[in-house]
Design a protein around this ligand. Structure first.
Ligand code: PGA
Ligand code: ZN
Length: 420
């Protein structure tokens, strides 16, 4: 049974505090988990509880820590760690709101993840096997964010993420190797063009470029220089994070000095997709622009993966609404948007039942915790988005997947087959 639950405040990858929760079982097992944090957050995400005031520029999480040490521990001590749903539902009920407005999703998720980890450890099985059972065998195809823009970098690029996807490789490790080679070639090309090669929050480069198309052109060059076939072996994915571009009267593309309508932005994507091997576009339009999303889905939905991140915020009800309205065809999965392991699983199941692809995802503020690597395999998500092949908090996830790959017999790496 759960013998003790506690939390402390630790550092995330941007130097902001976050919650580290620890669960101790009666058999002596002791496991911890660290909660991530976003920058371009969706409006309908579960509440991330911050202290305010002067400490840590208002971002302290001591209140969330107290909520773990006090009410959450009091409620869960004595419970079995092997019934994740009961543990998670108990915290939900204790909170009493539908967005963890009292306890904070950062408090609740930390405990939820730590309980899962402790349960797995106690049984002597890996976390992906505990959460996914014998059926967990799909190694995710990674989306690697190698050029960072938007609110993840202080450069001129409007779109937030330019990613590569190694879709034409036999297994995860080969795909990752090829991606790292593209990353190094990209650095050399940026250097030769006298661009800045400093890294953004997710480990991609953050050069000042003069349009939102130029990063794609440079990535195409890098793929070729690395010796890979663009499209067949290495595809391109975008996360526009368009909710961040909204101004009065449309979407502001600052680097191109123009403001466009939903329809024009959708046409821009159609044009980009006709010129480049773009297989996935995330948050192409704003979370509030459901009419625009409908148009975008009609225009591109049968050719390109259209991923809802801010749009769906890993929320089973909002996803359900999207499915009913025929909006998007894929969902980004961020456990801290919804607040617990069990609720994340429910959302993934709804997506999978309805033919929506699922992309397990980090946040721009991360830690060394690699929970999502195991979680992606456990749920057979098929895809994972966890930054570039640089910065320890990003490589922690890839390195964990490399380890899992050596263990998963019958492991499948689907590559471009994930889109079929
Ligand atoms: P965030 O960005 O973690 O800053 O929200 C990641 C994303 O938009 O996918
Ligand atoms: Zn996103």
């Amino acid at each position: 049974f759960i013998d003790n639950i506690s939390a402390i405040e630790v550092m995330d990858s941007r130097g902001n505090p976050t919650v580290k929760a620890t669960v101790e079982l009666s058999d002596g097992t002791r496991e911890s988990a660290v909660v991530p944090s976003g920058a371009s957050t969706g409006k309908r995400e579960a509440l991330e509880l911050r202290d305010g005031g002067n400490r840590y520029m208002g971002k302290g999480v001591l209140q969330a820590v107290d909520n773990v040490n006090g009410p959450i521990a009091d409620a869960l001590i004595g419970y079995s760690p092997f019934n994740q749903a009961i543990v998670d539902a108990t915290m939900k009920e204790l909170d009493g709101t539908d967005n963890y407005g009292n306890l904070g999703a950062n408090a609740v998720l930390g405990v939820s993840m730590a309980v899962a980890r402790a349960a797995a450890k106690s049984l002597g099985i890996p976390l992906y096997r505990y959460l996914g059972g014998a059926n967990a065998m799909v190694m995710p195809t990674p989306m690697l964010n190698i050029i960072n823009g938007g609110s993840h970098a202080d450069n001129s690029v409007d779109f937030q993420e330019y990613m590569i996807m190694p879709v034409g490789f036999e297994d995860f490790s080969e795909g990752l190797r090829a991606s790292a080679e593209v990353y190094h070639n990209l650095k050399a090309i940026l250097k030769a063009k006298k661009h800045n090669t400093a890294l953004g929050d997710e480990g991609g480069f953050a050069p000042d470029l003069s349009s939102n198309e130029e990063p794609i052109q440079i990535i195409m060059e890098a793929i070729e220089k690395a010796g890979y076939k663009a499209g067949e072996q290495m595809a391109i994915a975008l996360d526009v994070a368009a909710s961040e571009l909204v101004v009065d009267g449309g979407y502001r593309l600052e680097s191109e000095n123009r403001t466009v309508s939903s329809e024009e932005l959708a046409e821009y994507y159609v044009d980009l997709c006709s010129k480049y091997p773009i297989v996935s576009i995330e948050d192409g339009l704003s979370e509030d622009d459901w009419d625009g999303w409908k148009i975008l889905t009609e225009k591109l939905g049968n050719k390109v993966q259209l991923v809802g991140d801010d749009l769906f915020v890993t929320n089973v009800n909002i996803l359900n609404e999207g499915i009913n309205k025929g909006i998007a065809n894929s969902i980004l999965i961020k456990p801290n948007q919804i607040g617990s392991v069990s609720e994340t699983m429910l959302t993934v199941r709804l997506a999978q039942r309805n033919g929506y692809t699922t992309v397990m995802s980090h946040r721009s503020g991360e830690s060394e915790d690699a929970f999502i690597a195991d979680f992606a395999v456990a749920l057979n998500c098929g895809q994972i988005k966890t930054g570039s092949t640089a910065r320890g908090e990003r490589t922690a996830k890839y390195n964990r997947l490399l380890e899992i790959e050596t263990e998963v017999v019958y492991g499948e790496y689907l590559g471009s087959k994930i889109f079929n």
